[in-house]
Design a protein. Structure first.
Lengths: 280, 737
């Protein structure tokens, strides 16, 4: 991705595949997260630590914002004017949204973050020089930088035996983030290739979705029309690559599906379904 | 995949060490052990056909991180267990797992595990061999019999429970103290009296409306994953379920409520009586089956009076009660904050009475049937046994106690005087995985296998739709050569007493296999022979049993009028959270670093207060305060939280360890220490939610000393659509639900 290439194809690059953008996708992995089912219990987040070799940084570094929680549960209080939060809390599982037009990608000086044919926003750890431009440019604040080497502190012997050998342990100076459990996707894709067939819906399950006690997270391929996630996206009229203005005109405004910061046109791969509340 | 795997060969490849010798007794042709080095060890360059280097294989087992007994699958690769997931074959958790279950591997690989037996000499614990440790145990226990010997454990079930009971019997003792801080002991007593079953099956998924008086069923409950799964169905039913949570401190479950109401602590029973009054006298629901004295009591609680006592607005009470009568079947639940009152039994029974009035018994509360193996059923604990144990210790009635799976020195309030009384127990044995407070006070420490290395069976107390025995099997070779399984230790103890009966079993594996073989054919499905049944049980991790169908009775017990403490002051809620739980998981760094679900604090203790209460006392957010009860005080930071009643303060459980390894030690405070020793007069359970405290500011705010995740802008969405909300009417229109 040279500078010339970027400049020459800028408009193509900013377009989604649906509008004739330059991508030639094999899959477009996506999620649908039903916030009406999310109870904020942290199961997904802990499963992510277990699956993805996330470092535990400790209290002091957590305070400096250096925690590595790829999947985090944000908790908001609405109706702040009331004496008590009568609607409960608002929980939001937040992880890399795998944007189709990711703002983190064009700013990387070494192209360490790029778009894969799976529609994922990948991070090449070996290429990363730690400029942190990508993190600075991410509207969702879901990129996590290794300010230190956590190998000794996070996995004292014999804790290192738990590490998932399918993926690396990132060292100091490297940016990391949610990969939609790339290692699980790869395993399934390899298997499907060996068996000369397509990847089936539901075959790839990221650790967060697998663990979720209420099954709030649905994962799948939006290029597979029969997949659960495609159906959900369609049902809620959330479409990739369709800009905000076009979309609002088309969309039935009463449907629950939305993508966060849609107005930024970054084309996230995560659709959220609004929380339902019954006012009594 | 695991279905095709031959388990024995798998063990062989992994170089099964200590249990290997035992496997010879079970038709295993050869045993290779790394220690013996007798035969060549298989290299991964020439693996057996079913082991593919780099490919993980999932094995079934059972989680023991709490007493719920969820089935798990553990991913094993190159002989190491890497990741745990829920077992889709177990109805309790249906393939799902909570954060505590996910963190199980961190307990297994914990750097602070006890790796060798230790005996107290000259005041400190020094390592000894198993031979010496068991010799000492035999000598000490040999000199004791009868009730001067006791076991002190957490919830135990399955075949370990059978062996434990037999050991007690062999010792001639009847003292088995079962202690759980997070328990539903009072509810069990109420259910037994009102429904005829201590653990009926709750069907949240069948309810159209749930009114929960502080029951944190999706958080620190008896089976959080099961109830969260039911909750998901409750919410996605054709008619979306409505959740009303009434409590003094917002719990995890409260965070998901459609309507969250703050109630003055200790007045929940008054509200229930008020609702009963509305149902019977205004909405004219039948009062059949309600004893006349209770009927009279109900009549005394009119809405104005109830609203005034509880602090819940009258129109809210009326609306919720009206909806309850319309949306049938519903479900009314009482939580630990109700059970843990000085009149916990009466308060819980009053709330449960609403289910009777609303006709929910048999609809959303079903019978769990009759578990066909009563000896395997979980022995569930509470705090009554902790109180009784402290009394027995103080009275010098105990000469030897074996501790396992419970940490009473940490969890007993100071007012019980247990820490001091421990010294008057002649011989204290801890069968323990971690150097927790109780273990450090023991005279003999026996290192136990982690649950990922051990054999066993678990019988969940809160069974799902299909009753089952969950099988626990080692997922990998022991991490430390010197640890032993709980079953093996129990068997060794039994052999010391009843050699004739138990001598035939080389180890617990042999015992367990024998016990499985002896099971009636009704649970063996279509297994052609015993080998097939055993293999199937290990492969699926579950033995389904038919508990039959029964009908619950629905009776109302006589309750006395609630006594409301009108004196000014704050009530302390020592609230357990999914995560550190009762403190047992404070040594798991993933759970320490996972922000508290409501307050988002990490690695610390804090006290939650309503901003108005704090303002009156001149206390600001993150100020340092001293929380004092009659029993002592703790000093910690304040986190202001509107999800609190003005008369309540909450301190989460789990921190304040003086031992328990590097991650737990020295962090935060332990609110259990400052609780009064008040007990519920009916069940003897500690009234954990009745301690009055005062709060005094002792230092200024310091944002560096308490760490919270993302709490900018007052946790507001500041107009952005992050968590979107839609009214249910709109969804009914667009999605037809």
């Amino acid at each position: 991705m040279s500078l010339d290439n970027i400049l020459n194809h800028w408009s193509d690059y900013r377009k989604g595949a649906e509008e004739g953008g330059h991508h030639d996708y094999e899959h477009r992995w996506a999620m649908a997260i039903n916030l009406d089912l999310c109870i904020g219990c942290n199961a997904c987040s802990t499963a992510c630590y277990a699956e993805n070799n996330l470092a535990v940084v400790g209290k002091e570094k957590f305070e400096k914002g250096q925690a590595m929680h790829w999947m985090r549960i944000e908790r908001y209080w609405d109706q702040q004017e009331l004496e008590h939060p009568e609607q409960g809390a608002s929980f939001l599982p937040m992880m890399c949204q795998q944007c189709g037009a990711a703002t983190c990608e064009p700013v990387c000086p070494v192209a360490a973050t790029y778009h894969t044919p799976d529609g994922l926003n990948a991070q090449v750890y070996n290429r990363c020089i730690g400029s942190r431009y990508c993190s600075n440019n991410c509207p969702f604040r879901v990129r996590y930088f290794n300010f230190y080497s956590y190998y000794e502190s996070s996995w004292p012997e014999p804790m290192e035996q738990q590490l998932n050998p399918d993926i690396s342990v990132r060292d100091k100076g490297v940016m990391e983030k949610c990969t939609f459990c790339m290692q699980r996707i790869r395993t399934v894709k390899d298997k499907a290739f060996m068996e000369d067939r397509k990847v089936k819906d539901g075959e790839v399950v990221p650790a967060c979705a697998q663990s979720c006690p209420t099954s709030a997270i649905v994962f799948g391929d939006t290029m597979d029309d029969g997949s659960m996630v495609s159906k959900l996206w369609k049902k809620h009229q959330v479409e990739r690559g369709i800009y905000q203005k076009t979309k609002l005109a088309k969309k039935d405004a009463d449907l629950r599906g939305y993508r966060i910061f849609e107005e930024l046109n970054v084309d996230p791969s995560v659709m959220y379904l609004e929380r339902v509340r019954e006012d009594i | 995949m695991s279905g095709k795997m031959n388990r024995r060969s798998f063990l062989k490849v992994m170089g099964w060490s200590s249990a290997g010798a035992a496997l010879t007794g079970c038709d295993m042709p050869t045993t290779i052990t790394l220690e013996e080095g007798k035969e060549e060890v298989m290299s991964y360059l020439m693996p057996e056909e079913y082991v593919i280097p780099g490919v993980g294989v999932w094995y079934a087992s059972t989680c023991t991180q709490c007493a719920a007994g969820c089935g798990i699958h553990g991913r094993v690769r190159e002989g190491r267990v890497l990741k745990l997931e829920g077992n889709p074959d177990t109805a309790v958790n249906n393939g799902k797992l909570c954060m505590m279950g996910q963190a199980g591997v961190q307990g297994h690989y914990n750097p602070d595990r006890i790796t060798t037996p230790m005996v107290r000499s000259g005041g400190s614990l020094t390592p000894v061999t198993w031979h010496k440790a068991l010799g000492l145990l035999e000598e000490k226990l040999g000199a004791i019999s009868g009730d001067r010997f006791a076991w002190f454990t957490g919830t135990v079930s399955g075949h370990q429970s059978v062996l434990l009971a037999n050991h007690l019997d062999a010792m001639g003792s009847t003292n088995h103290y079962v202690h759980e801080v997070v328990n539903n002991a009072v509810s069990r007593a109420v259910n037994q009296d009102m429904l005829g079953e201590a653990n009926p099956r709750l069907r949240l998924d069948k309810a159209k409306m749930i009114v929960s008086f502080g029951a944190d069923f999706m958080g620190a409950s008896q089976s959080p994953v099961q109830y969260a799964g039911q909750y998901a169905k409750f919410r996605t039913n054709k008619e979306r379920g409505l959740l009303v949570q009434i409590e003094s401190k917002m719990s995890l479950t409260g965070g998901s409520a459609d309507l969250w109401l703050a109630i003055k602590p200790g007045t929940e029973a008054v509200l229930a009586l008020g609702m009963a009054n509305l149902l019977l006298n205004k909405i004219r629901v039948s009062d059949a089956g309600i004893p006349s004295d209770v009927r009279t009591l109900i009549n005394n609680y009119d809405i104005t009076k109830v609203a005034q006592i509880t602090g819940v607005a009258g129109h809210r009470i009326q609306r919720v009660t009206q909806l309850l009568s319309e949306r049938s079947p519903s479900l009314v639940l009482a939580g630990a904050n109700v059970e843990g009152q000085a009149q916990g039994y009466a308060a819980t029974a009053t709330i449960m009475m609403l289910n009777h009035i609303l006709g929910n018994v048999g609809k959303t509360i079903e019978s769990a049937g009759e578990f066909p193996f009563p000896q395997l059923v979980a022995k569930q604990g509470g705090t009554a046994d902790l109180v009784a144990f402290a009394e027995a210790a103080k009275a010098k009635n105990l000469d030897a106690v074996i501790f396992h799976g419970s940490n009473p020195v940490y969890s007993a309030p100071k007012s019980l005087g247990l820490a001091e009384a421990m010294s008057s127990i002649g011989f204290k044995v801890a069968i323990s995985q971690f150097p927790d407070e109780t273990t450090m006070a023991a005279d003999l420490v026996l290192p136990v296998d982690s649950y990922l290395e051990d054999w066993g069976t678990q019988v969940p107390a809160d069974q799902a739709e299909a009753s089952a025995i969950h099988v626990q099997q080692p997922l990998m070779e022991k991490l430390n050569a010197e640890t032993k399984g709980l079953g093996d230790i129990l068997l060794t103890l039994l052999k010391q007493r009843r050699k004739d009966e138990y001598g035939q079993f080389e180890d617990y594996y042999a015992y367990l296999r024998n016990a499985f073989v002896a099971m009636p054919t009704s649970v063996k499905n279509d297994a052609k022979n015993n080998d097939e049944f055993w293999n199937a049980a290990l492969q699926t991790g579950v033995i389904k049993v038919d508990a039959g169908a029964k009908n619950l009775q629905s009776t109302v017990v006589s309750v006395t009028a609630p006594v409301v403490d009108d004196s000014a002051g704050l009530t302390l809620m020592p609230s357990p959270r999914l995560g550190l739980f009762d403190g047992r998981h404070a040594n798991l760094p993933w759970l320490q670093e996972a922000p508290d679900q409501i307050s988002k604090v990490v690695w610390d203790s804090w006290v939650e207060m309503h901003p108005d209460t704090a303002a009156k006392m001149g206390i600001g957010n993150l100020d340092l305060v001293k929380v004092s009860s009659a029993q002592g005080s703790v000093t910690l930071r304040v986190v202001l939280l509107k999800g609190m009643h003005a008369d309540a303060v909450a301190i989460p459980l789990g921190q304040g360890h003086e031992a328990h390894g590097r991650y737990a030690k020295g962090l935060g405070v332990n609110p259990l220490q400052i609780l009064d020793a008040t007990t519920d007069n009916k069940t003897g359970e500690l009234a954990m939610y009745s301690t009055r405290v005062t709060v005094k500011r002792v230092g200024p705010a310091d944002s560096l000393s308490i760490v919270r995740m993302g709490t900018g802008a007052g946790d507001s969405q500041v107009g952005r659509k992050l968590v979107g909300t839609v009214p249910v009417e709109q969804v009914r229109r667009t999605e037809g639900t």
